[in-house]
Ligand binder design. Structure first.
Ligand SMILES: Cc1cc2nc3c(=O)[nH]c(=O)nc-3n(C[C@H](O)[C@H](O)[C@H](O)COP(=O)(O)OP(=O)(O)OC[C@H]3O[C@@H](n4cnc5c(N)ncnc54)[C@H](O)[C@@H]3O)c2cc1C
Length: 381
């Protein structure tokens, strides 16, 4: 019975999500300049069930080995609009951290907020020199400091933030969940986001100073956030969104060439070949790493391999995206990189969103794994 419900849901989810993603893609040029950001987009994603799709009993329930399918969904959202993909990935990431680390009562409460009220969650870990610190006030804490790169700051209902805490002598990087309704709107610095691309992600700086948190807002113990393999392996989710951006560029490049009747040219054909083969390679990496993720998390004995493969997935997909953008640039030339063609925005968005932390160290870490371990490839997967 449970299986039947899941299958039924999967079909309904897929059709309605596809329709919503089509609408999101069509509106992306308007949304980039809309002062409120992607409010409509998240209303549609909420209505089609995408915001609750990873909750228990839903088609991509975190308790099921569904990582390849989740990566495909993230890629599809990124393809429709990279900024929406970024915020959606943050929502999924937060729910995953809740799935992994929350106490049962907290989990029920936060899941219910998504299921019944359609709340949007976000993870904001990045900070500058004025980052988060905590002042103990009895059993509560008062926050001091800010987070930067807070994607969806103006539309997220619950924000998972982090900072160094000393909690009854236990020190470490603490996760906590903020009710954004309780934070004055003026704390979101809307002038802080002037990026090359990804404008619609509204990744503003947010000042949390003075916000009071109690025990029930704290997620897990100090230091839990850095638990491996989950901390590093999470990179496969944003890599999936990145590849979605590259897929959109590939499609728009091909349709531009068709529109201008330039597909007979062998140089253009060669570039199209390069674009499509790179894209396929990216998809194969995502599929395989998704399967490894499910298999190795369950096995609990392949953490280092999972981290290495996640790091490689992220960096291989970064290279793929850069190559696809380069080929697309040459295919369409200056005229194709101007409005009203979508490639103008798509190139800016992907160029900027590809910049993720410590790309060089990530490559070295993967190399270290193969140097230090006798790894045999599992071709059964
Ligand atoms: C669109 C967008 C949305 C985002 N949204 C969120 C969000 O919602 N929540 C969140 O927490 N974060 C978010 N981030 C932030 C993100 O997680 C990274 O922190 C950010 O992208 C860092 O990028 P960077 O290029 O400045 O990284 P860096 O790590 O500074 O890398 C830049 C370059 O410096 C090199 N480098 C790094 N360290 C050193 C060193 N010690 N010495 C010498 N060279 C070094 C790197 O190899 C690289 O070449 C977002 C980022 C983007 C682009």
């Amino acid at each position: 019975m449970r299986q039947e419900i899941t299958d039924e849901l999967r079909e309904t989810d897929q059709t309605s999500i596809d329709l919503v993603l089509k609408k999101i893609a069509e509106r992306a040029a308007i949304t980039e300049h809309h002062p409120d950001g992607p409010v409509e987009e998240f209303k549609w994603l909420r209505e089609c069930g995408a915001l609750s799709i990873v909750l228990p009993g839903r088609s991509l329930d975190f308790n099921l080995p569904k990582t390849p399918e989740l990566l495909r969904l993230l890629k599809a959202v990124g393809k429709a609009n990279l900024s929406v993909g970024r915020i959606f990935e943050g929502h999924v990431n937060t729910l995953y951290l809740i799935h992994l680390y929350a106490e049962e009562e907290q989990r029920q409460k936060w899941y219910k907020e998504v299921e019944e009220r359609g709340y949007l969650f976000g993870v904001w870990n990045t900070q500058a020199a004025d980052g988060i610190s905590f002042l103990a006030d009895g059993s509560d804490f008062i926050i001091k400091g800010s987070k930067t790169f807070c994607s969806g700051a103006a539309i997220v209902n619950r924000a998972l933030i982090s900072g160094d805490i000393d909690r009854n002598g236990e020190k470490g990087w603490q996760l906590l969940i903020i009710n954004m309704e309780d934070l004055p709107q003026g704390r979101i610095d809307r002038k802080s986001w002037k990026p090359l691309g990804m404008k619609a992600s509204g990744s503003y700086k947010v000042d949390f100073s003075g916000y009071r948190i109690t025990e029930k807002d704290l997620l897990a113990r100090p230091g839990t956030y850095l638990t491996q393999p989950y901390f590093n392996a999470g990179a496969i989710r944003f890599a999936a969104v990145h590849l979605g951006g590259a897929e959109a560029i590939a499609e728009h490049t091909l349709s531009y060439l068709k529109e201008l009747r330039r597909t007979e040219d062998p140089f253009q054909q060669m570039r199209i070949y390069n674009i499509m083969s790179e894209l396929t390679t990216g998809q194969l990496w995502l599929n395989r790493t998704g399967k490894y993720y499910d298999k190795w998390v369950a096995a609990e004995s392949q953490d280092q391999a999972l981290i290495a493969f996640s790091n490689m997935t992220r960096t291989v997909i970064e290279e793929i995206c850069l190559k696809i953008m380069d080929e697309s640039n040459r295919c369409v030339g200056a005229r194709g990189l101007m409005e009203p063609f979508a490639l103008e925005r798509l190139h800016r968005d992907l160029t900027f969103y590809l910049r993720q932390p410590a790309p060089d160290a990530t490559r070295l870490k993967a190399a270290e794994f193969f140097i230090q371990n006798d790894f045999t490839f599992d071709d059964d997967i």
